[in-house]
Ligand binder design. Sequence first.
Ligand code: FE
Length: 337
Amino acid sequence: MPRPMIMTALLALAAGAAPALAQEVNIYSSRHYDTDEKLYSDFTEATGIKVNRIEGTADELTARMKAEGENSPADIILTVDAGRAWFADQEDLLQDIDSEVLNERIPDYLRSPDGAWYGFSTRARVIFYAKDRVETPPQTYAELADPKWKGKVCIRSSSNIYNLSLMAAIIAHEGEEGAKAWAEGVLANLARPPEGGDTDQLRGLVSGICDVAVANTYYFARAQAEPVEGIGADVEKIGWVFPNQETTGTHLNIAAAGVAAHAPNREEAVQFLEYLTTGSAQEFFANQNHEFPVVPDAEVGEIAAALGAFKPDTLNLNALGENQAKAQAIFNEVGFP
Ligand code: FE
């Protein structure tokens, strides 16, 4: 536990604390963008509620909240991946809330059935391919395991939450035996042992290491929006496929938030989450990372919209958490790095 860092953050929180009667809300966030400021200042302007942010990785913030226990100042946990939100709930760091606004505006498959966490933007985990080398790219996740792609597939490590969540969804649809066969097939097709993050898989397409890669949509969108080292203008040479359009739909995940178990400012926290479902907040929240809004009438950003409409997998994302341990066990069993 990096104690000096915690002390600094606590002091910062104490120093920034408003007078006792002023309303405030404390957000523990593992999602950070420079453009977040506007999202928070708009809320403060509209409600008079001050927003204090504590940032860190999901693991750091989870450890911190456990250490703080009932005295934790955290009101909201903001994280990425339903698997992580589910885990925070398992650790009793979240409380169930019942908000008509959230229940009405957020599709039910994108929130926890008991009100512990809610999705505020979505990202799809899709198949990318090198357009100059691949004429007929895989159209399903299952096809990634086809021997036809031997030595051609790039994907990051199985220990990463994005892949655990994808695997958890495959377990939900195909059963454990089917999921295991899939993991074995993909492992046999790898172009190289898994390395790096999603952007590195896209770099692998550009450098010619692999012909087919798996990544979240926003990594590709980011490479389209700004020059990314190792991709640059070659982003043009990458094609994409939203998998499983004829069957279960494309695997989705979320940026998720919920109210902390011991939130000192519970009402303000709920108010903030409800604010995140307003049209302008939705567009801002999703667009800053080229994701998709969860509220159906919110406008999709230009680059994300250019990826095209697709059918999402509407499996309740709670399954990603419930199957997380099984997903890890299957990856371990087949020796997927
Ligand atoms: Fe990411």
